[in-house]
Design a protein around this ligand. Structure first.
Ligand code: GUN
Ligand code: ZN
Length: 425
């Protein structure tokens, strides 16, 4: 039996800091995590754990801050190649950049290369779990899950379904979306650490018939999550109103087709009406905040006060988002909070990028937390990774002052180590 003790600074959360405040957080300036068989077996002060487990291999990360691996609750791995494309808002951005790139994923070799590139980038950025949209091509889903499986990752994803308002070659039908999604779900859901997510892109690109077919599939497979986009831009919302004149609001286009539920992940959710907030809360749905995307595409300012009533995950939304880094994503969430008069505490930001996202994805019994029994997906942050960060963190008098410069200015250079199921990635 192989046992490893990872030693460093450790932050653990006993509760949601949005509800419990800072009492929920414990900081060990020299803590340790005992990893056995890919899982966390024990945590505590380093000296005590070393005394109890003298035979365990020791990896001392010094002043490095050990955290759960970051969890990106909404991304589009096929958009890796078009990240940072200039000058368009949502609908034009989809038509100009996204759809032409997604067309290329009918080629399995192209999809495999893109998936490998994507996971290289996410792991380098300390992200150990992603929930990704693929393209309409089943090949793109196979490429994604094959690559995640090869790396031993916990990963979520699904075939993006669209049967209207998308170019030739990028449309399926109600029936083929149902059939392909079902076949992929049966092939991948529950294999190793993989989970299938039923994925209608958004109401403008699905007919009511397709939304219904996917609602039926979800009812048949309630063990799966369902992901889609909701109320991202005002132009988009006006388009939804014209496409679904009978709907009470944007959420109603999903609700009317059995696509509203506790396992639902609603990306963006910026311009919500009160009825939508009430219904999302009633059913216990999860929202996913994608702050770099919301500023990059010019969508608007998410209201993090919703985190009191709803599960909220944090996400890059690659490549509408402008970074693969959850640190950059936390910084953008902080800035959007400031613009809304709601500055998020570093504890809240770190929690959102780990346990908050895990809870949104309903995998918080497996990852996102440093506690016995959890899978050992862990990262080590260097809190002095650049001269600019180092000179600021050197003045820190508290752990929060030490970590906030890395949240605001850090990137992949701050990721000193990434462990996937206890193995160095
Ligand atoms: N809405 C529908 N599709 C997309 C997408 O690919 N990215 C973003 N940001 N919003 C969307
Ligand atoms: Zn998205």
């Amino acid at each position: 039996m192989r046992e490893t003790l990872l030693i460093g600074q450790i932050l653990t959360f006993s509760a949601d800091p949005f509800v419990a405040g800072l009492d929920a957080v414990h900081h060990d300036s020299r803590g340790a995590i005992l990893v056995r068989d890919g899982a966390i077996a024990a945590t505590g002060p380093a000296d005590a754990l070393i005394a109890r487990h003298p035979q365990a291999e020791r990896v001392d990360h010094g002043q490095g801050l050990i955290l759960p691996g970051f969890i990106d609750a909404h991304a589009h791995y096929p958009q890796t190649g078009i990240i940072a494309s200039w000058g368009k808002r949502l609908i034009d951005w989809l038509n100009s950049y996204t759809f032409p790139e997604e067309l290329r994923f009918s080629d399995p070799a192209y999809a495999a290369e893109a998936a490998a590139c994507y996971f290289d980038l996410t792991l380098a950025n300390g992200t150990t779990t992603v929930a990704s949209y693929c393209t309409i091509h089943p090949e793109s889903v196979d490429a994604y899950f094959n690559e995640a499986k090869k790396r031993g990752l916990r990963a979520l994803g699904g075939k993006t379904c669209m049967d209207r308002n998308a170019p030739d070659g990028l449309r399926d039908s109600a029936q083929s979306a149902y059939d392909d999604s079902k076949a992929l779900l049966e092939k991948w859901h529950g294999v190793d650490r993989l989970g299938y997510v039923i994925t209608p892109r958004f109401s403008p690109t699905s007919t009511p018939g397709q939304l219904s077919a996917l609602g039926t599939l979800w009812a048949e497979h309630p063990e799966c999550l369902m992901q889609t986009h909701l109320s991202e831009q005002t132009d988009e919302i006006a388009w939804v109103k014209s496409l679904f004149p009978e709907a009470r609001d944007y959420l109603d286009t999903y609700e009317a087709h059995e696509l509203l539920g506790a396992g639902g992940l609603y990306g963006h959710a910026i311009h919500l009406e009160q009825r939508e907030i009430d219904r999302l809360s009633e059913v216990g749905a999860a929202l996913v905040h994608c702050p770099t995307s919301n500023t990059f595409i010019g969508s608007g300012l998410f209201d993090m006060r919703l985190a009191g009533a709803l599960r909220v995950g944090l996400a890059t939304d690659t490549g509408g988002g402008s970074s693969f880094s959850m640190l950059r994503t936390m910084a953008a969430a902080y800035e959007i909070g400031q613009l809304r008069g709601n500055p998020l505490h570093p504890a809240q930001l770190l929690w959102l990028a780990t346990q908050g996202s895990a809870r949104a994805l309903r995998i918080d019994d497996k990852v996102g937390r440093i506690a016995p029994g959890m899978e050992a997906d862990l990262i080590v942050l260097d809190l002095a990774s650049t001269p600019g960060i180092a000179q600021r963190s050197a003045r820190a008098e508290t752990i929060w002052e030490a970590v906030f410069p890395t949240i605001m200015m850090g990137d992949d250079r701050a990721i000193a180590a990434t462990y996937v199921a206890g193995m160095r990635a």
